[in-house]
Design a protein. Structure first.
Length: 317
């Protein structure tokens, strides 16, 4: 079978499509025939060597955190899934594994997959797995967004940002989106009440906010200062500078900057599917690449300036 793999740390050209053995599921696992996967920030960070302390120096390393596909086989003790079931899910992050979601098949614990929404194509489903579960975990479980609260989403045009705008709107929040100015129309269609151009808008010109969700990682303290007395803030962007700001913010107690990482299980994936089925959440796909051209998908992700997700089509559907 074919699998995209990191052959050494560096730019997107270190990615290769290699022939590897098809894995077999063990007890409590499912083998998924993958139809699509998406590009996420952690994929590019690992590829560039930003987490080599964790990912190690043994190559090749699999790439692709999420997937949408069809159950091809099950191990013992997985009665909830049958061959042919359409599922979406995630690969355990930072696992030293030669196969990730950008491959023709992957074996994952059954607890990491859920039934995919029937009305989504594989490409659409893959675009929402990590982005949607991360946004849901941030707004619902970490920041506890309540109806009527004012929310700022930084980096609102990205994968997590577009999902967060929609979910926050569904939760009754007043949503302010910060993104490139020419994305304003698309973000308002997704549910943003206000949109500001990050290139011309300084933090002191907007707010205050009850909740800030950051996907960018810069100027964290400046945006933290825009919180109300009981405000909460979280970032999904981890770097040396953002970690320093996060650590320094601990003196502010409840108004500190929280970190967030999503590690969704079946229950969270079912919750996300519920938002899709209700019409509150829809996929936003910027571009689709074949598996053979996954390097271009990584390049597009790192360039930025798009609305939504870059998706890798594995099956061609």
């Amino acid at each position: 079978m074919k699998a995209a793999q990191i052959t050494g740390y560096g730019a997107p050209d270190v990615l290769r499509i290699n022939e590897v053995d098809r894995p077999a599921p063990g007890a409590g696992e499912v083998l998924v025939s993958i139809e699509a996967s998406s590009v996420n920030g952690l994929d590019t960070i690992v590829r560039a060597g930003g987490l080599r302390i964790v990912s190690g120096r043994r190559f090749p390393i699999g790439v692709g955190l999420d997937f949408a596909g069809v159950v091809a086989a099950t191990g013992a003790g997985v009665p909830q899934y049958q061959v042919g079931d359409r599922v979406w899910g995630t690969v355990p992050p930072l696992k030293r594994n030669a196969v990730g979601g950008a491959a023709e098949y992957v074996v994952v614990p059954a607890s990491r997959v859920g039934p995919a929404p029937a009305d989504l194509s594989p490409v659409e489903a893959a675009s929402l797995v990590v982005a949607g579960t991360t946004a849901l975990a941030a707004l619902r479980d970490t920041l506890h967004l309540a109806s009527g609260e004012r929310l700022l989403v930084r980096g609102a045009a990205g994968g997590v940002g577009t999902a967060a705008v929609q979910l926050a709107h569904a939760m009754g929040g007043h949503v302010t989106a910060l993104a490139r100015g020419h994305h304003a129309g698309a973000l308002r269609e997704l549910g943003a009440d206000e949109v500001f151009d990050y290139g011309t808008t300084t933090p002191d010109r907007i707010g205050p906010f009850d909740v800030v969700l950051d996907t960018v990682g810069s100027e964290l303290n400046s945006y933290r200062r825009r919180l109300t007395h009981d405000g909460r803030m979280a970032t999904i962007a981890l770097s040396a500078s953002s970690m320093a700001a996060i650590a320094a913010s601990s003196v502010h107690g409840a108004r500190r900057i929280r970190t967030l990482s999503s590690n969704p299980d079946t229950a969270v994936l079912r919750d996300l599917a519920g938002y899709v089925t209700s019409g509150a959440l829809r996929p936003v796909v910027d571009s689709v690449y074949p598996l053979a051209d996954i390097a271009s998908a990584h390049q597009a992700f790192e360039r930025g300036g798009v609305v939504g997700k870059q998706v890798v089509s594995v099956s061609g559907r």
